[in-house]
Design a protein around this ligand. Sequence first.
Ligand code: MLT
Ligand code: ZN
Length: 457
Amino acid sequence: MAAPGPPPPFLAEVRAALGPHRVVTDPARTASHAVDWTGRFRASPPVVVRPATVDDVVAVVVAAGAHGVALVPQGGNTGLVGGATPLDGEVVVDLRPLHEVRDVDELGGQLTAGAGAPIAAVQEAARRAGWAYGVDWAARDTATVGGSVGTDAGGLRFVRHGSTRRQLLGVEAVLGTGEVISHLARVEKDNTGYDLGGLLCGSEGTLGVVTAARLRLVPPRPDAAVALVGFASVAAAVDAAWAVRRGIGGLEAVELMTAAGLELVCTVRSWPAPLPTPAPAVLLVEVASAADPGSVLAEAVAGLDGVVDAAVATDGPRRAGLWRYREAHTDAIATLGAPHKFDVTLPATELAGFVVDAPGIVAAVAPRARTWCFGHAADGNVHVNVTGLAADDEVVAEAVLGAVAERGGSISAEHGIGRAKRRWVHLARTPAELAAMRAVKGALDPHGICNPGVLLP
Ligand code: MLT
Ligand code: ZN
């Protein structure tokens, strides 16, 4: 049965404040907001509000508080854990109209981006100012700053620049109380008490609606080289990732792929195999340095154990040609049906064993499912994707997340908890931590209207 929609007085108040065209109730126009990117989480078409200003967001939050209407903030809807899907009849707050990138500080390397700005727009604004933005991933054209802040997104260059939280100098947000907090100052160093931006980062919309972020930029990358390196075993590739992290200066990315994932990508895209010699596991390594990064990288690869083949690219098009094998994984896996995504981190000593064991851990409880592992090896972060499961299957999550916790890992590295992992958040947080989180939520979202279906059990 479809969840009941918001009460008419709520709609009337929001229409009066935003204008009627900014409250969309036609299912034909809102259906795309009801399904997450994977297709695993599906709701009935929701009511969607499209605020154009911070005042609009305040009006929505105040009306929601008064009428007990739950809100789900949504940007590009590229999330992978059902964190922005209105499964319980929530009203979707579409933040894409707040997409302005402004107040670029060319001297200090900062800018302010509206929550609805795509990551690619931030990267482009940074480039035009002579800087770069440190966070990047394949969905860059669609994924937005608000979602990146909400999930503390990591991405392909975490090993170099860290996650979104490290780029964040402050946020503007409408708390669940309806109050606006705004800390978009142009200073870099600022330790005046609680880091509210850091608190909202990774809070998955449970404390308020982030409307803008002040972002730190990074110096533009010097010349880069990319290597694809095939290894005799998955364990050898993972071990090499740690050796590379310690041994190579100017490291930009270290990405793990397996033979199965690469074969799927090549089949789906009709691409040739990336390396002539078959290898159970392949690392993509990118290095940037002012002096001859190709030689730096080739020399480093020559010193690694277990290498069976390698290709090094220094010019832009060939580098992009190697990267596409990694970036195509998410789409290729999705062609097999809605995947279950387990984005997990392991301690360095446990990563190789876990990646080797993961297919068996899944097969033991779901023999017909298929397991695909890839990810950010030098961050200890592997994306265990499982296809061939029913949307509501929880047996595999129990097995995979339990195995991660047993090995001292975290059940979420960069995608967030959302709805997909809410049942297992106790594996990552102690009762005291969860109580502290609930206390914070109670203070900032006293009506319980801010994305109540995610994160906290
Ligand atoms: C990636 O690293 O490609 C993303 O986190 C997406 C995914 O896990 O599918
Ligand atoms: Zn990732």
